[in-house]
Design a protein around this ligand. Structure first.
Ligand SMILES: NC(=O)c1ccc[n+]([C@@H]2O[C@H](COP(=O)([O-])OP(=O)(O)OC[C@H]3O[C@@H](n4cnc5c(N)ncnc54)[C@H](OP(=O)(O)O)[C@@H]3O)[C@@H](O)[C@H]2O)c1
Length: 265
């Protein structure tokens, strides 16, 4: 049955940035579909709140506070998640920072911080997760050993003002998704990305707390509203589940039709 293919029972997932916003929405979707979920972010309090929500769905949750700007910590949390949950089937890399600043004012330190958290840590968590997925004994009835879902952004598909570093990191995430998908396809690891449109979260609060700006953004969205975290649930579970076993290297845009619009003239 096709709906059975969407079940994640018995699987274990690691979600970076799973304490709030879109990462939390993705973590809850995975838990609802049956997976146990380990969560990474800096704030331990928020992680514990998120874990309580996952446990309320009847799943196990593990809280792994870490700053993903430190690549050693990024690798360590993957090991800890696999150890605590006994396996690792799914990785979602949703943690990211934003920097809103004209390109002429960006400093090398700011560049390094964003690249470390948004791109470098994504690459090395993917690498470490793949090692765990490959180390596990392969089940005889399924060629696929693991699913990786990265989080891209509209800034990887088009240029936006004042977020040049963020856009560069998301462009990098989109390209590494394709590169890893190609390299790991023969190993049975699918690597895809979700490209969210515009959602009101802490990351975008500077835009949405200005009512005029919020209205202008909303008027640009063909489906007529900003996204909410639950809008990513379907794509997340699909890409994590056996229902997508023949899909790799893709970005699924969950953007209310944003990228459909041309010049508007
Ligand atoms: N909101 C949008 O419109 C939108 C659009 C496109 C793409 N996205 C992407 O969606 C993902 C989630 O964004 P969001 O909007 O949900 O943002 P958010 O509410 O600000 O959440 C960001 C998450 O990342 C964690 N994080 C940030 N820096 C970290 C670090 N150094 N180490 C570990 N964890 C860190 C945060 O927890 P702590 O602060 O506790 O560390 C939090 O869990 C991001 O990849 C973002 O680029 C968002």
């Amino acid at each position: 049955m096709v709906l059975e293919l969407m079940r994640l029972d018995g699987m274990a997932a690691l979600v970076t940035g799973g304490s709030q916003g879109l990462g939390l929405g993705m973590a809850l979707a995975l838990a609802e579909a049956g997976a146990d979920v380990a969560l990474v972010a800096r704030s331990e309090d928020r992680l514990r709140e998120a874990a309580t929500k996952i446990e309320a769905l009847g799943r196990r949750s593990v809280v792994l506070p870490a700053d993903l700007g430190d690549v050693e910590a990024a690798v360590r949390v993957v090991d800890e998640a696999a150890e605590a949950l006994g396996r690792l089937d799914i990785l979602v890399t949703a943690a990211a920072l934003q920097l809103r600043k004209p390109a002429l004012e960006v400093t090398p330190t700011e560049w390094d911080r964003l690249v470390d958290v948004n791109l470098r840590s994504v690459y090395f968590t993917c690498q470490q997760a793949a090692r765990h997925m490959l180390a596990r004994e392969q089940s005889h009835d399924r060629r696929i050993r693991g699913k990786i879902i990265n989080v891209s952004s509209l800034t990887a598909a088009a240029a936006w003002p004042n977020v040049s570093v963020y856009g560069a990191t998301k462009g990098g995430v989109t390209q590494l998704t394709k590169a890893l998908a190609l390299e790991w396809a023969s190993l049975g690891i699918c690597v895809n990305a979700i490209g969210p449109g515009t959602f009101h979260t802490e990351l975008t609060d500077a835009l949405y707390s200005d009512p005029e700006r919020a209205a202008k953004i909303t008027s640009r969205i063909p489906l007529g509203r900003p996204g909410v975290a639950g809008d990513l649930a379907g794509a997340t579970v699909f890409l994590a589940s056996p229902a997508s076993d023949y899909i790799t290297g893709q970005v699924i845009w969950v953007d209310g039709g944003w990228l459909l619009v041309g010049t508007g003239l």
